[in-house]
Ligand binder design. Structure first.
Ligand code: MN
Ligand code: MN
Length: 429
């Protein structure tokens, strides 16, 4: 351990602490040394670090006269100048689709935020995609389950089950779909301005460039085998796309009812692969906002991905809580807010979030989301699980017997019981 004089020696010259700061450090050091002897070193070290953090935010201390990226600082002030309660490095909890390269093709584009951008996000990856009117995301399937929300516009989706029945539906803004792994499916932008949507996969390392494609199955099977399988001639095989189509423009489809009539007895009607979340009543509504929870209990095909669609009013907040089962992957649709994530070993990180940003909360880490803007926040909480679960900090403290609560919080019982006495999800009540 260095003595305080050794520390001071290293910090003489420009930017060295003032005499007052040195005196303060020296006093804290002496106090710490005395308390260390009394076996109180851990508590003191923490107290000292809180004092230091607060001192660093006063007077001239936070000034930053060198170069800066002003636009980035305005967007995310908490990232650069964290609240004094932040501590350590819990790894990235923020990314934005607006920093990721779009793959652009005739008919639309796609980009993704996966484990490559948020290295701790092993359970969920997200893809944001645009299809102009009539354009297709080529018929495909993949290893992950796919959950989706339409952000704007309309699309026609189809999915075939292994039993040969096909489900087909049109979907509008705010509505969802779910495609289990391996089931082949299609998405086509509809009349007007096509669509833009968010896809969520239950694999952190998913890549939108790594899907099984109709075109590639045919292009990479020997033509004589395709001839045997389909009865098509070699000349006809030569006319098939020699490489992937992926996203491509096409003609608008006819009415949905025509496609359903075409399918006849092969139309799937028992399993519903779409969910009209835009017309769903809130699961919980308070003065602070509302939440719609969609998981396998109300959307039975969604066996591996659960969601909470959250609206927070200006000044309101998603209460302090955690999820006891899995990590949380967020997509921000609208508004401006901040979130702190608190992990083990006191690691804590606060970031600001805007539309098109992604947030990540490691499994079981405590967090809140506060509306710091002037309009409603709308964001998605996504989970790799069949059933949504959360634990409310207020509810837990409310259930603690008085003596238990008082022993831990060091507050009078009357103060402790002034907090909300139930899970409110969104505050104020
Ligand atoms: Mn897909
Ligand atoms: Mn949460």
């Amino acid at each position: 351990m260095k003595t305080i004089d050794e520390v001071e020696e290293q910090t003489t010259g420009e930017g060295a602490p003032s005499h007052e700061q040195k005196t303060l450090s020296r006093r804290m050091f002496v106090e710490a040394a005395a308390l260390a002897g009394a076996g109180l070193v851990t508590a003191t070290a923490m107290a000292q670090s809180r004092q230091e953090s607060q001192a660093g935010r006063q007077g001239d201390s936070p000034s930053d006269p060198g170069p800066e990226n002003a636009a980035l600082l305005r967007e995310n002030p908490s990232a650069n100048t964290p609240p004094f309660t932040d501590h350590g490095n819990p790894a990235p909890i923020w990314y934005s689709f607006d920093l990721t390269a779009k793959r652009m093709q005739g008919g639309g584009w796609t980009h993704q935020v996966t484990e490559r951008e948020l290295p701790k996000s092993k359970e969920i990856a997200g893809v944001n995609m645009r299809l102009t009117a009539g354009s297709f995301r080529e018929l495909h399937w993949h290893l992950a389950d796919e959950w989706a929300i339409m952000l704007t516009g309309k699309a026609r989706i189809s999915i075939m089950q292994p039993d040969g029945k096909m489900f087909i539906d049109d979907i509008g803004a705010g509505d969802l779909w779910y495609f289990p792994a391996g089931f082949p499916h299609s998405i086509q932008g509809l009349e007007g301005d096509g669509c833009e949507f968010l896809l969520v996969f239950d694999q952190g390392d998913f890549s939108e460039d790594d899907t099984f494609l109709l075109s590639e199955f045919l292009a990479h099977t020997p033509p004589e085998v395709v001839q045997k399988n389909m009865g098509w001639s070699r000349q006809e095989w030569d006319q098939l796309p020699p490489t992937e189509l992926y996203i491509f423009p096409s003609q608008l489809p006819g009415p949905l009812e025509d496609d359903r009539r075409f399918l006849g007895k092969y139309l799937e009607t028992n399993n519903k692969y779409t969910f009209k979340a835009s017309s769903m009543a809130p699961t919980k509504k308070t003065a602070g906002g509302e939440v719609r929870i969609v998981d396998s209990s109300n959307f039975p095909v969604a066996q591996n991905i659960a969601s909470a669609i959250v609206t927070i009013k200006p000044g309101g907040m998603r209460e302090m809580h955690w999820h006891p089962n899995v990590s949380e992957w967020q997509y921000w649709i609208k508004g401006k807010g901040r979130m702190t994530v608190v992990l083990t070993e006191g690691k804590a990180r606060t970031m600001d979030f805007n539309a098109n940003d992604v947030g990540y909360v490691p499994a079981m880490a405590g967090h809140y989301v506060e509306n710091t803007g002037t309009e409603d926040i709308v964001f998605l909480e996504m989970f790799k699980t069949a059933h949504y679960q959360d634990v409310s900090l207020n509810q837990w403290i409310a259930r603690m017997p008085d003596k238990m609560a008082q022993a831990h919080l060091k507050l009078p019982v009357s103060t402790i019981r002034r907090a909300p006495q139930d899970k409110e999800v969104l505050l104020p009540e």
